[in-house]
Design a protein around this ligand. Structure first.
Ligand code: PLP
Length: 448
């Protein structure tokens, strides 16, 4: 095998950081663990990248893929269908809340987000509201990197190189209660305020220019912000009041991550569109989906109506076959139930870390947690750029990995360590995560 840095252009990677050291190369996975080329074992604390929900090494998913490829490797969904796409769309529609019955397949998350924005625009054009085109989303939220999805993304650091982006991406506050700018002592009032900020943004922009609001059930970037009680209820009211579509971006939060098939179900709200990808196949083949309500498809069902959008590999037969087999595993092993039964133990184990001076807050839900690191617990003071650089980029990620835990140390918002293990994980893995994190965070604190 050649050197990883000779020809491979890694994603979101400072290539120079591997000028000296070797690129960690993962060659095998089994259950909640992966092994590198040197045979060292790591706990996969991030399910790859919030992807491998059913866990590694599932030969039945590999077999489903081989069987489908042998039978029909490829056919497009452009005016033709194939059985696995038909069956999977039906299965998904049965799992979604309300009348989200129309499944448009993509190859990944950003494509699902693009498709949702395009559908929102096309829908409003068709129902006689052609000026509704803008999108509201939250600061620090990540919704993908294609130009439209990047416009919806609220992370300035990954946008500036590519500006000007698609116009019409409006940003509102996220639900970071730990750093609430208002109502820091009352989470419900804070949630109400954060939701009302969406209404104020719509008013400011002009309701007849806004097509959709894109929100994750639990916001990933920034470190797992769950919705305050009442937040989504209020957002739904606002969307109805202004005739704006509510898009639940569940690229991470679907498929058991929060103990339900969809995050919207967990928090009891009804979106107009769900975007998803990642765990739908547990990563054994790439697939995404934009799932829309019957109402949104209706204007495209006339004689010459068409949603003029598509990608060659969207709903690839092999990926659909893998997704069906993946959902069989979910049903057979009750993976969503397993998350619900174990999430309290996961939380309690991670909350043990609260005794460390560097741990500001442990937050999340289901199997999806962020640990915010601070310089001063009492004042919640965060690290300056230099400290952040030394601590997160220079030390933490590598030290955690060397200690046998693959997870994410992220400083795109305030510094956080993120955990989202495969859904098969249990107390043994929770303890392993806690012990490795404790040792490494103690050392990080000493180094500061
Ligand atoms: C909420 C959300 N939306 C969209 C995306 C983009 O998905 P993809 O990387 O499959 O394009 C991601 C990726 O992490 C995501 O977390």
């Amino acid at each position: 095998m050649g050197n990883a840095t000779d020809h491979l252009w890694m994603h979101f990677t400072r290539m120079a950081s591997y000028r000296e050291g070797e690129v960690p190369t993962i060659v095998r996975g089994e259950g909640a663990y992966v092994w590198d080329a040197q045979g060292r074992r790591y706990l996969d604390g991030l399910a790859g990248l919030f992807v491998v929900n059913a866990g590694h090494g599932r030969t039945e998913l590999a077999e489903a893929s081989a069987k489908q490829a042998a039978e029909l490797a490829f056919f497009p969904l452009w005016s033709y269908a194939h059985p696995t796409a038909v069956e999977l769309a039906e299965r998904i529609a049965a799992l979604t809340p309300g009348d989200l019955n129309r499944v448009f397949f993509t190859t990944g998350g950003a494509e699902a987000v693009e498709a949702a924005w395009k559908l929102a625009r096309a829908y409003y054009k068709r129902i006689g509201k052609p000026t509704k085109h803008k999108v509201v989303s939250r600061f620090i939220a990540y919704h993908g990197t294609s130009m439209g999805a990047l416009s919806i993304t609220g992370l300035p650091g990954i946008k500036s190189d590519f500006e000007p982006l698609v116009p019409g991406g409006i940003k509102v506050p996220n639900t970071n209660f730990y750093r609430a700018p208002e109502h820091g002592d009352d989470i419900e009032a804070f949630g109400r305020w954060a939701a009302d900020e969406i209404a104020r943004a719509i008013e400011r922009e002009g309701p007849d220019t806004v097509a959709a609001v894109f929100l994750e059930p639990v916001q990933n970037s920034g470190g797992c912000f769950p919705p305050p009680p009442g937040y989504f209820e209020r957002v739904r009211e606002i969307c109805d009041e202004y005739d704006v579509l509510l898009v639940s971006d569940e690229v991470i939060c679907a498929w058991g991550r929060l103990g339900e098939y969809f995050g919207a179900v967990r928090y009891g709200y009804q979106p107009d569109i769900i975007t998803t990808a990642k765990g739908l196949t547990s990563g054994y083949s790439p697939l995404g989906a934009m799932i829309a309500s019957d109402r949104l498809m209706a204007p495209f069902l006339g004689e010459t109506g068409m949603f003029a959008h598509g990608v060659t590999f969207g709903g690839h037969p092999v990926s659909c076959a893998v997704a069906l087999a993946n959902l069989d595993i979910f049903a057979r092993e009750d993976l969503t139930g397993h998350v619900r039964a174990n999430e309290a133990a996961f939380r309690a184990t991670l909350e043990k870390l609260n005794d460390l001076p560097i741990v500001g807050e442990v937050r999340g839900d289901g199997y999806f947690y962020g640990i915010e690191l601070v310089k001063d617990k009492a004042t919640k003071a965060t690290f300056d750029d230099d400290e952040s650089e030394r601590l997160l980029r220079g030390f933490l990620s590598t030290a955690l990995f060397q200690a046998g835990l693959y997870c994410r140390a992220d400083d795109r918002g305030d510094p956080v360590v993120q955990l989202a293990p495969p859904l098969i994980a249990g107390q043994e893995q929770f303890d392993e995560m806690e012990q490795i994190l404790r040792a490494v965070l103690v050392e990080a604190w000493q180094r500061l």
